[in-house]
Every structure is written in structure tokens, then in C-alpha cells.
Design a protein around this ligand. Structure first.
Ligand SMILES: [Zn+2]
Length: 93
């Protein structure tokens, strides 16, 4: 999926490098709003996804062992969960 990369480059007036990663903060790959895209690298991207997984485990929801991605998105919308762009992690507010 390259659309968001082209969009990001156009908006920011930069050329992304091959190892640059754009993470969709709200976990919706179709939401290419500039505020929803976080430019990062592979290590930090992995860390962000690990923090997401830890929260999904922490906020257990019957009948799932972890909360669904849909619930995760809902919590983000309600600002129960937020993403820290500097630390590159999700956290429960
Ligand atoms: Zn990601």
C-alpha cells in the first residue's frame, strides 16, 4: 500500500527513504490524514505495535483474550488510549 506514502510526501514536501515507515496511529489503513501518519523506522514501529498489543491484553474484554482492534480504535477515539509520538508508544490515559 503506497498511497499513504505518496500522500505523505506530497503533504510534507519530502521524499521518504526506503526504510522509512508510516504508521497509521488509529490502526485504520484507509485513514491517511496527515495527523494519523507517524513517520518512523522499523525498530520504533515494532515498539509501537508491542505497546498496542500490551494494552489490548491489559484491557481484556469478554469473550476475547485481548480486546479487538475495533475496540482499540474506539478507545482511541474516546481518548481512553492515546499515542505518544515522541515516545512512540500507546498508553492508557
Ligand atoms: Zn503500524
Amino acid at each position: 500500500m503506497l498511497k499513504h506514502r505518496i500522500f505523505y510526501e506530497a503533504k510534507k514536501g519530502i521524499k521518504l527513504k526506503i526504510h522509512d515507515i508510516l504508521h497509521h496511529i488509529d490502526c485504520n489503513p484507509y485513514n491517511n490524514n496527515i495527523e494519523n501518519l507517524w513517520l518512523t523506522n522499523s525498530n520504533r514501529h515494532g515498539k509501537a505495535h508491542r505497546s498496542m498489543r500490551l494494552i489490548r491484553i491489559e484491557l481484556v474484554e469478554y469473550p476475547y483474550a485481548i480486546i479487538s482492534i475495533e475496540s482499540f480504535r474506539e478507545y482511541l477515539k474516546k481518548e481512553i488510549i492515546e499515542f505518544d509520538r515522541n515516545l512512540g508508544i500507546y498508553f492508557i490515559t
